[in-house]
Design a protein around this ligand. Structure first.
Ligand code: KIV
Length: 301
């Protein structure tokens, strides 16, 4: 497959795409998923804390740790994608103090090879956002349905449906943009609200369940490729493949071939040179000769 974009994407280049070509963002959690995303032309790969759900099998994102996130970010970085690598700061890694926030953000860069980090939340998180930016680390914002607030929100619910909540969200977006984030993810909000935010701020918005008017879109790797176990995907997911079904079908054929003896075939088998085989047969029929040969070879070594 041809690579669609060869030049390395950076946070300033993402910012410069405001109102231009739509940004293509997808999550990736390891070396092969980063390679696939990059070959398909991703502008941004997000090592999302959705790792907790789609890779580690948790119910929500709250249990994933900085260590786990950094471990997976480093695997993504080893793919050396042209896409910008954004590490998702997990719950409690930027909530307790400025020092801890900057330390944790720095781990994503230094140990994980990320080129930016994402933090959930609006004005409430501004001191943390500013501190990370002050440490020269580009920040992506994330407002609307913020999965790390699942308990505070009372479940995974579409946000900003009421005028007052939508107004608050627009204020959050403006504050983050003023602070200097290079883009903002808008998740689980009505399309008109995302459209208003997108019109109001000078940084790109990247939507997930936020309608078509954002400056870009993001989906979870496993959702869009049909790699998950279940069919109860959110309404906003479009599934472009059913790779889990394809994988089960392929593996079922492999097991059938194993049982029938059809696998491995001649082409999939290593062979011994005929003369070595002859010697081996001779040796196994005369164990004393074998002892001599092995002793001679040991002497030669
Ligand atoms: O963790 C994640 O996958 C995300 C995206 C849904 C934006 O935060």
């Amino acid at each position: 497959m041809t690579r669609i974009m060869s030049a390395k994407m950076t946070a300033p280049k993402v910012l410069a795409r405001k109102g231009g070509d739509k940004l293509r963002m997808v999550t990736a959690y390891d070396f092969p998923s980063a390679q696939i995303a990059d070959r398909a032309g991703a502008d941004i790969v997000l090592v999302g804390d959705s790792l907790a759900n789609v890779v580690l099998g948790h119910e929500d994102t709250l249990s994933v740790t900085v260590d786990q996130m950094v471990h997976h970010t480093a695997a993504v970085a080893r793919a050396k994608p042209s896409a910008l690598i954004v590490g998702d700061m997990p719950w409690l890694s930027y909530h307790t103090s400025i020092e801890e926030t900057v330390h944790n953000a720095g781990r994503f860069i230094r140990e994980g090879g990320a080129e930016a980090v994402k933090l959930e939340g609006g004005r409430k998180r501004l001191p943390m956002v500013r501190a990370v930016l002050d440490a020269e680390i580009p920040v992506m914002g994330h407002i609307g349905l913020t999965p790390q607030s699942v308990h505070a929100m009372g479940g995974f619910r579409v946000q900003a449906k009421r005028a007052s909540a939508a107004y608050e969200m627009i204020s959050d977006a403006k504050a983050l943009a003023d602070a200097g984030v290079f883009s903002i993810v808008l998740e689980g909000v009505p399309d008109v609200v995302a459209e208003m935010v997108t019109a109001e701020i000078p940084v790109p918005t990247i939507g997930i369940g936020a309608g078509v008017h954002c400056d870009g879109q993001v989906l979870v790797f496993h959702d869009l490729l049909g790699l998950g176990g279940g069919d109860d995907l959110p309404k906003f997911v479009r599934q472009y493949a059913r790779l889990a079904d394809d994988a089960v079908e392929a593996m079922t054929r492999y097991f059938a071939d194993v049982q029938s003896g059809d696998f491995p075939g001649e082409d999939e088998t290593y062979h011994m040179p005929a003369e070595s085989l002859e010697v081996l047969r001779d040796l196994t029929s005369r164990p004393q000769a074998a002892d001599h040969l092995l002793a001679d070879e040991a002497m030669e070594r």
